[in-house]
Design a protein around this ligand. Structure first.
Ligand SMILES: *Cc1c(COP(=O)(O)O)cnc(C)c1O
Length: 407
């Protein structure tokens, strides 16, 4: 049976030998509390934030909480970032427990009237996604006697080259086509709104620093053009994010030092209409993906048609992304390990599957691992983003995963 490669283990775990430790504690000890289990290490998130601050010091850092909204993790992250980006009334409630309203911005299509009202009442910035939504926000603000903080989400006529998920440069449910933005900005300002600026998001999961830098430069140019046409300098330009993490074999970490130096050049040369603007980058997975490990216990080991199947007590019901069914075109293997056999010789090629009655529930396709027996614990790395809350936990009625944040 030919072996298929796995993605690279995050640097914090790559050199561990013998037993896997997460936040200094043996994975098997974490797993003793019950599996399946996610463990998040806030120290790894803090290290990523520190790396961002040193590479890109002049730009605000926002955390897009949909990547991982676990309340304890959010409590650890909130004081280290300048803003939180949210996309629902549920995330709004959560964000307000850890951050002041003026540091929160609310994007996403289809905001309901109740969500608009909650956001305006709280005083968070709404990134409006259509002219219709802008009109509803103005009516609601008028009715409740508040000045709404409104930014305009732009559907840019640029896209992030090489990004895993393109969100610009085409017809889109997100944002307002760039050509119609200046008129809307003028309308918001004349209606008395507190216009906060632009939100321009061109893509996600990019590993090519040159492409990110190019997109950021084009985003700054676009923001300047729109501001000129609107006749209004934006207080904030949210440049989007799109910083990717290496999930798969051959992926390399994003060179954020290069992004920082190119962005510094771009900002130094920016048009005068942006002279007093602040700039922000909003990140989800780049901050949290590598800080999470999903641990599942081996229930069965079986053979079929000459292949070995290692069956775990959890799978795509908790960690959909690792099964290749969350925004990937071709299924590839995330990095996996046997927690008490780190660094051992890979002696067999196995399929690692979850307990669900669907062939989609495969976490490792023909991966090389040390010998695995029932009772062993398998670690799936890069589980800190789009894991527990982005997976169909109710599908097939297994219990939800436990989530623990290391302290
Ligand atoms: C999802 C999302 C993010 C976070 O994306 P990552 O790929 O996790 O960094 C940031 N901004 C917006 C508008 C989003 O929709």
């Amino acid at each position: 049976m030919n072996t298929k490669p796995m993605g690279p283990m995050p640097p914090e775990y790559a050199d561990q030998q013998g037993v896997l430790k997460i936040a200094g504690r043996r994975a098997s000890d974490w797993a003793a509390a019950g599996t399946p289990l996610f463990v998040y290490d806030p120290a790894i998130v803090a290290a990523r934030i520190a790396q961002f601050r040193s590479a890109i010091p002049a730009v605000d850092l926002h955390y897009a909480i949909k990547a991982n909204p676990h309340p304890d993790l959010l409590t650890a992250i909130a004081p280290l970032v300048d803003g939180l980006d949210i996309a629902s009334a549920g995330e709004l409630r959560l964000a307000l427990t850890v951050k002041s309203a003026t540091s929160i911005s609310f994007a996403g299509p289809g905001k309901r009237d109740g969500e608009l009202e909650a956001a305006i009442t709280a005083g968070v910035t709404l990134n409006v996604e259509s002219e219709g939504e802008a009109s509803r926000a103005l009516v609601i603000a008028d009715r409740i006697g508040r000045t709404p903080r409104l930014a305009v989400r732009v559907n840019p006529d640029i896209e992030l080259r090489g990004s895993g998920m393109k969100m610009g440069g085409r017809p889109s449910p997100f944002g307002i086509d760039a050509g119609r933005v200046p008129a809307l900005v003028r309308r918001l300002i004349s209606a008395g709104a507190d216009w906060r600026g632009f939100h321009i998001y061109a893509g996600s999961q990019a590993l090519d620093a040159g492409a990110v830098a190019e997109t950021q430069a084009a985003t700054v140019t676009l923001a300047a053009r729109l501001a000129d046409e609107a006749g209004a300098p934006p207080p904030l330009v949210n440049l989007g994010g799109g910083f990717g993490v290496p999930y798969f074999a051959g992926d390399r970490p994003l060179d954020i030092e290069m992004i920082g130096s190119r962005l510094a050049d771009t900002l130094a040369k920016r048009p005068t209409v942006l002279a007093n603007s602040r700039f922000a980058i909003e990140l989800g997975r780049w901050l949290v993906a590598e800080a999470g490990v999903y641990l599942a216990r081996v229930v069965d080991r079986k053979e079929s048609g000459g292949e070995i199947f290692i069956v775990l007590d959890g799978g795509l019901n908790h960690q959909l992304a690792a099964s290749g069914n969350f925004g990937t075109v071709v299924r590839r293997n995330y990095p996996l390990a046997v927690t008490d056999h780190m660094g051992e010789t890979m002696v067999e090629t196995v399929n690692v599957v979850g307990p669900l009655c669907t062939p989609l529930d495969r976490l490792g396709d023909r991966v090389a691992l040390p010998h695995v027996e029932p009772g062993d614990v398998i670690a799936v790395f890069l589980a800190g983003a789009y894991g527990a809350t982005a997976s169909p936990a109710a599908f097939l009625g297994h219990p939800p995963a436990i989530e623990q944040v290391a302290v």
